[in-house]
Structures are given as structure tokens and as C-alpha cells.
Design a protein around this ligand. Sequence first.
Ligand SMILES: *Cc1c(COP(=O)(O)O)cnc(C)c1O
Length: 590
Amino acid sequence: MNPTPAADIAGACFPGPRSENETWVRGQFQAVLDQWFDWRKRLFVDDPRLVGEGEPPSPERLGRREILSRELAALCEALTAETPTYTPRYIGHMKAEVSLPALFGWLAAMLHNPNNTSREASRVGTVIEAEAIAMLATMIGYDPGAAEGHFTSGGTVANFEAVWRARYRLDHWLSLGLYIAEKTGEPLDVFAAAHMGWARFRRLWTEHGLSDAVLRRYSAAVGAPADIWRRIGRASGRDYLGPVLLAPGNKHYSWSKAANLFGLGEESLWAIDLDAEGRLDVDDLERLIVRAEAAGRPVLMAVGVAGTTETGEIDPIDAVHDRLERWEADRGVHIWRHVDAAYGGFLCALLGGPDETVLSAASAAALRAIGRADSVTIDPHKLGYVPYACGAFLTRDTAGYAVSAFDAPYLDRPELGDGKWSSTLEGSRSAAGAAATWLSGRALGFDPAGLGALIAETVRTRQAFEAAVAAAVPEVRFLQPADANIVCFSVAAQGESLSSANRRTTALFDRIHRSPEFSVSKTTLGADYAAAVARHVDGFGGVVDVPGLVLVRCVFMNPYWAAPEFRDALFPPFIALVRESLGQDLEAAA
Ligand SMILES: *Cc1c(COP(=O)(O)O)cnc(C)c1O
């Protein structure tokens, strides 16, 4: 086999494309079970047994066992109809083989079924969670001693966690502003109050001798929101329409859900324009902030995306921070900055190592800046190769993690115990994902020598795929540039109209979809991507005669691509499939 570190990781830390590691994996499973049974058998040795030692089970019990084995076999058999996503032939969605550290960690924890809702319910699981969060924090550039966070069921909930906290903070600041305005009769500047920052908040708090009990009466999160908003309107001299949430047009659907869930209304989700390369346009972000200020509406948070769901694009996170830190320094306007790194967060593992150069300098700079954000979403169940359901939410510091309706953060209230339950949207939470992430961090490493080397190779595979397909089939038009290991393409002849190219791209997708050999996905870039669509169509001198661009989407996250054998073995049949589809197309047209 190939001796590169990435190929070694793929070969040693995954089951193997041909189940090469079967024997060793069985042994590890057995070792985990041995430990579990030994642990149980050592405890409570005088308790009753349900079957005497050496005694055969009764016919009734044997009958039940028989049913169970039969149905278990039926379940396993039924599951073989799942799409095989462990193979590199699967390039459809953000799903691939799970790693062995993750699988073993998940299994070992799951046997104990710890519930990380509280330290009492999960004495070990909660410690493992804290350590795993510290590993992720280090990787994304947070100070692990200061950062906070927890595991969620996925990126969607992690994004909700961010909105929950940003709302808590904004509600505190605006409540104080309303208090002062009502007390002094001075007009309320909603925008200035809602972004005042903790330093100013604490100064005014002391100056006015405030207490939680008093401020509660000014909080829309505690009181009747309609009443508080009416009072904000009266104090500011204009109708108060509530906060806006700024997220780029390339955002994941979970942001629409978040706006809905937190009662913002669709109108309050303002889309930041994308540039011609499909990334957040910082100038437009600033325009929207100015517009919000003019409308007397606070900005609940500004979201940047590191690794967009559709195309893997990495927004200029560094430029977003530069711009918003200026608002803080010059105007005292503190806007919550969140990075949705659900997909791309693990690309940070290759920063600082020799493989960093597979990323563009702009992407590397953007990833390096993730640690400047107030909060971050990252999904171990994507590029962390951890089983579902495992997302994570992190904040830079304890202040950013605080959440409650209004009272001092639950975190500071010892009577509630040291569990996370009061500061997580979810209640009961399995420790299995945390354990899977923990063991991955320990055995694989979230750094350039570990996971970083492997992910770098998936990016190289995407580059090699583009080169091979473009050379063989000139009508294939890649969406440029790709930032990570996802690539999208359409088929178009020189000068072809977009509607016609869309038809042929759809036909190509259908052809690949019918083939048992490969799985790809399909996406349509719509109005949010207008500039990128125009640029793409311009690339083949085409005409934009319909609004959406249909693309075949390929996600090269499978670990086995690290072995060059797979490129040699699988690129040619893929290219043949594309050629055949286009040929059929010509015949159909003739
Ligand atoms: C996948 C994804 C999400 C949602 O994560 P789930 O784990 O599916 O809930 C959010 N944001 C981005 C950018 C994603 O890629």
C-alpha cells in the first residue's frame, strides 16, 4: 500500500474499503464487551440471579431468544438495502465511513448509556464531554481554558444554541436601555442600547444600582414581548419591529428554522449578498447593519459560514471580524458573531502543517479567524467521521455561554448543580458522541499529523477529480473556485443557454443516479447565488434565460480517497459514465 501518512490513517483507523481490518475490529469489539461484562460481574456479587450458574434457560426464555435472534437477523438484512456510504464510490452527500476511534468510543460509552444532562447522571461522560470540547476548542483556535460548549444532536441545534445565547445577551442590554429611558425620560436609542457591550452594561448597572429583580420588568424574554416592544416603541419614538438576524445567502436551512423558532418572522432573516464566487460579501454585511440601525432594529447576530452545505465555500471570516471589531472599537457596537462551521470546522485540523497549502491562502486565513467568533457550530458527524447524532456548540468564553430567561446565568447558581441541563436546549443527551469525538482526538488527533493529513487528501482528491474530468470531457463546467472537498459541475457547450444546460445536467444526474456504480447529488443555485451563476454561465459564453443553475454535486470526504489507488480505479469509470450520458444525449437529439 501507499506509505503516505494519510493513507496509513485511512488504512489503520477505518474498517477498510474491503473490510481489511475485520479481524482486528472484531477483537476490539470483543475487548469492549469483555470489559463491560467483567465490570458488571464484579459488582453486587450477592444479588439474585435470574438463571442459575450452568443451568440452561427455560424453554419459554429460549423461545423469546429465538424470536429476538430471528428479528435481529431480519433487521440486519433489511439494513443491507441502505445506500452503501462507506465506499468512495459514494460522493453524494456529507456522509462517509465512520472512523474506528469514533466507532469504538461510541460503542464503549453507549454500553453504559450515560446521560450528560447532569454530572450525577453521567459521572464519567460529562468529564469526557468537557475534555472533547476542549480538543475541539483548541482545533478551532479558542483558548481551551476559557471556551465553553457541549455536544448537540447536530449542527441545526448548535445553531439554535447560538441564537438562544445571542438573544439572552441582546435582551439584557436592551432591557437596561429601556429601564434608563423610562426612568429618565430620555429617548431610547434601540440600536445603541442593544449592542452596548458588557463593560458598558456593568457600568450602567452599578451607576443605577440595578438588580435582576428590577431589570426583569424590562425584559422581552421574561415579560410579555408585545408589551415590552410597545414600551420600546414609546421610549424610542417609533414602532419597534424587533431584531434582525444577518446570515449569508449560502446559509444552511437551519437558519430559517431558527428565525421561525425564535419568533423572528421570515422578514427578520436578512440575507447577506454573496459575491461572484458564492461567498459572503462583507460590504453588504455592513450595508445591512447600517440599514438595521436606520430602521431602529438591533442585529441579533451576524453569521458567517465555513464550508457551505451546497458547495463547501468558506466565507471570509477574517474580514467579517475585522469589520465588526471596527464597529466595536469606533462606535461601541457589539454584534454577536457566529461561525457556522458545521461542515468546514475540521479543516482547521490541517492549519499550520505542511498540507495547509491545499487550501487557498484566503481559506486558510478565514479558518484561522474562527477563534475570534463569539460562538461556533461544528459537526463531528460530518468531517469528524463520528456516527450520528453528534454536533457541537462552542463559545469563546463563559460570558458568551450564559443563558437563562433573565436571571444571573444558571451556571453561577450552585443550587442547580453542575450539570449542563439548564444551559442546553436539549434535555437528556447521550455521552456517546462526546466519547466518539474524545477517542478520535486522542487516537487520531485533530491536527496536521492526524485528521488534518487525511482531510487534506480529500481536498487533493477533489482537485485531481476536477483535473481528470475537465481534461476528458470539456463540456463539463466546474463551479469555480471550490474551497474544500466538495465540487459542483454542470454540462454545457460553448454558447449554450442555461435552460438547455440545466436540462442536460439533470439528464446526466439521472443517468448517474440510475447507475449502481456511483452516488452523486444534485443542487440548484438560485437567486441568492445570482452573481456566481452569472459568472459560471459567462464561463461558457452562455445565456442566463432561467433563474436557477442546476449542478451535479460531489462530496469527496471519504477517507479511502487518501489511497491513490482509488483515484486510478474510480475516476475512469466515472468519466466513462459521464461520456456515455452525453453521448446518449446526442443520440436522443439526433
Ligand atoms: C449540515 C449543516 C448544518 C446542519 O447540521 P445538522 O447536523 O444536519 O443538523 C448547518 N450548517 C451547515 C453549514 C451544515 O453544513
